[in-house]
Design a protein around this ligand. Structure first.
Ligand code: M6R
Length: 608
């Protein structure tokens, strides 16, 4: 989705903005632009397409200055075009605005403004902001922004400069994240820490409805009512090299290979093998309530929703708690009736997904307690939940979520284990689960060691246009996730199904042109899955099995087999999904797709 990067300091701003925009590319965008204060002038340029298009436009141009704002746009109002790209400006070209989010009452405001004078040059909702700020300006840019905030409805992260207030950038936030970066050479503002991590890891998060005036030497935060706020800096874990490929051809592949390390990070310091109980400091603020809780609803979107769906089975295995899973995009519109002491667990890599954020706000309004399972530290969901567990997967740059998914499964297991041990789960079972979690990174390495074999399977099948993914119980959501991964990065049509549903419809699709990926580890569902494989084979459908190593019974009937080392049944999904991720990656690679930035997708969906 859209990205913001701003800088004011003692360095030449143009290369800093271009570099920052490149770091935001992974979020998905269709056009970009920047505005630089150059003495008394503001110089600005925009371009459709990749950042290199913008770069080639501005390279060689005289754009001196140490104050600037820049933006990547993901079209919502108006097609991707130069006119619709940001910055947007007012009629007299005094005010330049970059904006993430959506102004919901822009139609009304636009009609009113057009009657009063300004002619609009774009189809965007953002242009309304530029005109309003110009009209509200009376010497103080932050006052003009504050007044404008009171006139608009919707969501925004804003960066604004004004010709008459050189040396300052005013930023504001409602529903769209903004972070101020503090360095010895000036200040940054960005929607994502990735844009500034090369220069600083000291940050200050802007909260809802706050405005900040940022200069080279200082920043000052205030509320929408102009009340001053003191806030100290935090240090973020990100390192500049996290956003580098380090020899891998794509971030997706790099992140798939990072999974042994990221799982180690997710469990580090959290396991107490002797007692068979994990230690989760982040949920201690709600522990007294949580330990009595009998109803949990897991809410999330996309891949995080599939992690939640595996989590439901894990909770049912390890605890006595009734667990429901909800798609955040639907959940937010339901009539929610919670039993007393219900916990909502929001699961999100970015912590900024608009639907998930709206779902927890609605749940809170209805009296539920909130826990976040989040990757991005300091993100909106992590701040709005009562307690939480961080995944510690590190920055995930590939748009297709991989390493974060397996970390989510790990943290969900830790939470279920903690609650289960507090209920009826025995010490022996607790210890067994902890030992299995400790062994997981080594087992993932065994799956990764089959990458060449999986690549060869992909080479054989990547031209098939329709795929089916089947699994049962813990691996039913993995079938959904496997299909999602394949369609996201390769654009191959794929469907995920609970294998028991085969006979209720999807079996009609089976023919020699439709490969099925069957997830069949040696668990209690093995025989049932085996019958499904037979049904497919008797209709001449090719089958790629993801099965437990040494399962010759499966090997004899299927066309291809990827082997998983044996593990506790509820941890099989962690291994099976790695095989699915590699299969999707290699198919996409054979098809020459833009793997890290698939068409039409954004890393973090911050609008509805
Ligand atoms: O940041 P979140 O985990 O809340 O994001 C949820 C989904 O948008 C995300 O998982 C999406 O489905 C990815 N493209 C999956 O690869």
């Amino acid at each position: 989705m859209c990205g913001i990067v701003c800088y004011v300091g003692n360095k030449d701003v143009k290369p800093i903005l271009l570099e920052g925009l490149k770091r935001l590319e992974y979020r998905g965008y269709d056009s970009a632009g920047l505005a630089i204060q150059d003495g008394e002038e503001i110089k600005w340029h925009r371009a459709v397409g990749k950042i290199v298009e913008l770069e080639s436009k501005v390279n060689g141009l005289e754009m001196k200055g140490t104050v600037g704002i820049a933006h990547t746009r993901w079209a919502t109002h108006g097609e991707p075009s130069e006119d619709n790209a940001h910055p947007q400006r007012d009629r007299d070209e005094n005010v330049f605005v970059i904006h993430n989010g959506i102004i919901e009452n822009y139609h009304v405001l636009k009609r009113k403004l057009e009657r009063e004078g300004p002619r609009f040059r774009s189809e965007t909702d953002t242009e309304v902001l530029a005109h309003l700020i110009a009209l509200n300006f009376d010497g103080s840019l932050s006052d003009a922004v504050r007044k404008t905030m009171s006139q608009v409805e919707g969501t925004f992260g804003l960066g604004v400069i004004h010709r008459q207030t050189p040396g300052e950038i005013v930023v504001a936030r409602r529903g769209s994240p903004l972070i101020i970066g503090v360095s010895d050479n000036g200040h940054f503002v960005a929607s994502d820490v990735a844009a500034m991590v090369r220069y600083t890891n000291k940050v200050v998060h802007l909260e809802e409805n706050e405005v900040a005036t940022v200069t080279a030497d200082d920043f000052s935060i205030s509320t929408a009512q102009a009340k001053h706020i003191e806030r100290s800096t935090e240090t973020v874990e990100w390192r500049a090299e996290d956003a580098e490929l380090n020899g891998f051809p794509h971030f997706m592949l790099k992140e798939i290979y990072e999974q042994p390390m990221t799982i180690r990070n997710a469990i580090r310091g959290r396991l107490e093998p002797g007692e068979g109980v994990p230690k989760l400091g982040g949920i201690m603020p709600v522990w007294d309530k949580l330990k009595e809780c009998r109803h949990i609803t897991l809410v999330a979107c996309g891949t995080s929703y599939y992690a939640a769906s595996v989590g439901k089975y894990i909770f049912e295995k390890l605890t006595e708690i009734a667990v429901e899973v909800g798609l955040a995009s639907e959940f937010r519109y339901r009539k929610l009736n919670f039993p007393p002491n219900t916990f909502i667990v929001a699961i999100s890599q970015s912590g900024e997904t608009a639907d998930t954020l709206a779902a927890i706000r609605e749940a809170k309004r209805k009296g539920a307690s909130l826990i976040g399972i989040i990757n991005v530290v300091g993100s909106s969901i992590s701040r709005e939940t009562d307690a939480g567990i961080y995944n510690h997967a590190g920055p995930e740059i590939g748009v297709a979520s991989t390493k974060n998914f397996t970390s989510q499964l790990t943290t969900l297991t830790l939470l279920a284990l903690l609650l289960g041990r507090h209920q009826n789960l025995s010490l022996t079972e607790g210890v067994q689960a902890i030992r299995a979690l400790e062994a997981l990174p080594g087992l993932i390495e065994k799956v990764l060691a089959q990458a060449n074999h999986i690549e060869a399977i992909a080479e054989k099948y990547y031209k098939y246009g329709n795929w089916l993914f089947l699994g049962r119980k813990y691996n039913y959501p993995i079938a959904l996730e496997g299909a999602l991964k394949l369609k996201e990065v390769s654009y191959i049509h794929a469907e995920g199904y609970a294998a028991g549903e085969m006979k209720h419809g999807p079996i009609a699709l089976i023919n020699p042109e439709m490969p099925t990926v069957a997830i069949i580890p040696q668990d209690e569902m093995h025989e049932k899955m085996f019958s499904n494989i037979h049904e497919i084979k008797s209709r001449k459908g090719p089958v790629i099995a993801i099965a437990t190593e040494g399962d010759d019974k499966v090997r004899e009937v299927v066309d291809e087999m990827i082997e998983l080392p044996p593990v506790l049944d509820f941890l099989n999904p962690v291994l099976a999904v790695v095989a699915c991720q590699l299969l999707a990656y290699y198919c996409a690679n054979f098809l020459n797709r833009d793997i890290d930035k698939p068409r039409n997708l954004a890393k973090s969906v911050t609008v509805e």
